[in-house]
Design a protein around this ligand. Structure first.
Ligand code: ADP
Ligand code: MG
Length: 289
């Protein structure tokens, strides 16, 4: 039977903007020593915009734009959405009929068309060295995400995208640290963007270029160091990590899989509600025990 104190804690936290799938998750949240955050869509708004584009010489730009537009429609990654919006705003773009586009979690999208292999995604997906060569003469692109377009293993275009930090991220990190809870960021994005965001937020520990499985491995490692840890994420790619942590926290506007997998949901994406809930849960634990 549900204890009245538990029920009232769940309903109080729901009123406060946090949906817990059981009292035990609130209890666990109250005793976390570390909290892991995904970057895109969790600490940031996840609505990046395209800030720059670079094409290789002698390429068919129209074709590239059409491929980007069509292939990214098969992904629901925030970067995909940004590229689709940009294509629509900048070009009179048409959707091609491609029926074998696959989304590779944490890397990008790929397809085979007319005997050509197309890949759109991060540096790891198209080859780190080639990616570095392609943008070596560019300056001031440090703190942004890069999306590369490769055809038959040749990089033919690159886009830079800039995201914005959520309004309450910095404050939430500050308050967590004040409570003695260690914030950690794990991101699939590149090192430069990761460092810039971590610095702006006051996060001392972060890891860039994480595949979904890397996030799980990191959490398993952290579990040996900390008794109780939480993971906060929004993407389909965060689901395994959400399931691995002692408490999985999903953003309300996150993917369905993330919400299904998590123990706790931030209904309106308000990170600061985590701190309120920790305080409420500590109070609840005192009442129950
Ligand atoms: P995070 O949310 O921490 O940025 P993700 O695992 O969602 O991590 O993404 C990792 C990286 O994979 C992104 O930063 C991006 O570079 C690349 N990526 C994933 N999906 C796409 C896509 N549809 N188009 C382009 N790049 C993508
Ligand atoms: Mg994300």
């Amino acid at each position: 039977s549900v204890m009245p104190a538990t029920l009232s804690a769940i309903s109080n936290s729901a009123k406060n903007g946090i949906l817990a799938k059981g009292g035990v998750h609130l209890e666990n949240l109250a005793s976390i020593q570390a909290i892991v955050f995904d970057k895109t869509g969790t600490l940031t708004n996840g609505t990046p915009i395209v800030t720059n584009q670079l094409f290789a010489e002698h390429v068919n730009k129209t074709r590239i734009i059409q491929m980007v537009y069509t292939m990214e429609k098969h992904s629901n990654h925030p970067l995909a959405k940004a590229l689709i919006t940009w294509c629509e705003q900048e070009y009179n773009v048409e959707t091609l009929s491609l029926n074998n586009v696959t989304h590779v979690d944490g890397l990008g999208v790929k397809t085979m068309v007319d005997g050509e292999e197309w890949r759109i995604g991060n540096a790891i997906f198209v080859g780190k060295e080639k990616a570095e060569d392609f943008c070596q003469h560019l300056q001031n692109i440090a703190a942004c995400s890069h999306v590369f377009v490769a055809k038959d293993e040749q990089i033919i275009a690159m886009f830079t995208l800039q995201d914005t930090i959520r309004e309450d991220s910095r404050n939430a990190i500050h308050e967590l640290k004040a409570l003695g809870i260690e914030p950690i960021m794990l991101t699939g994005d590149n090192e430069n963007t990761a460092r810039a965001i971590a610095n702006q937020l006051g996060i001392d520990h972060y890891k860039a270029n994480c595949l979904p499985t890397d996030k799980v491995n990191e959490i398993n490692k952290l579990k040996q160091k900390y008794k109780n840890i939480a993971m906060t994420g929004d993407g389909m790619n965060d689901a395994p990590a959400l399931a691995t942590a002692n408490v999985g926290i999903a953003m309300g506007t996150g993917s369905e899989v993330a919400i299904e997998t998590a123990d706790v949901i931030l209904i309106k994406n308000e990170l600061s509600k985590i701190i309120r809930t920790i305080h409420l849960s500590k109070k609840m634990n005192r009442i129950i025990k």
